[in-house]
Design a protein around this ligand. Sequence first.
Ligand code: GNR
Ligand code: NI
Length: 174
Amino acid sequence: MAIREIITAPDPRLKQVSKPVERVDDDLRRLMDDMLETMYAAPGIGLAAIQIGVPKQVIVMDLAREGEEPQPRYFVNPEILWTSDELSTYEEGCLSVPELYEEVDRPSRCRVRFLDYQGEIRELDCEGMLATCIQHEMDHLNGVLFIDHLSKLKRSMMLKKLAKAKKLQEKEFA
Ligand code: GNR
Ligand code: NI
């Protein structure tokens, strides 16, 4: 397993639309293992393949709290089958938008169909953090970031802050 570099906005690769996976094989499982290790190291609760520069419809997630047994989840070629009309608001963050957080409204529940780590087809009813996180990750597969759900003003403020932080970091390592 290996920790891969996480791409941050405004890298144009994050706007790519990811392609469906043709087969869940050992190569793909290796990618999912690397993604999980990268996510744990970050640390984060979810990661889409495009965040490490791979435009494939693959997501890993673990919503277990600190001290709890790890609960790795894998979603290949996920499709949303249904979303509730009712919305929930969560303060979201993103490993590709480091250290910036903002509230986002999304359907509070959804049903998802996907392939698991073994390539078996599965369906899952999601609510709470799971519903928010799977929608956040599926947005990545369509080239969408959580800041794209905010007002133009908020989004441009966040992009400015990101650019500033990136510049400072470059100076630090120069
Ligand atoms: O680690 C993450 N935390 C988080 C918090 C609220 C809503 C969504 C997330 S996902 C994020 C990791 C990430 O960027 N996944 O794409
Ligand atoms: Ni994200």
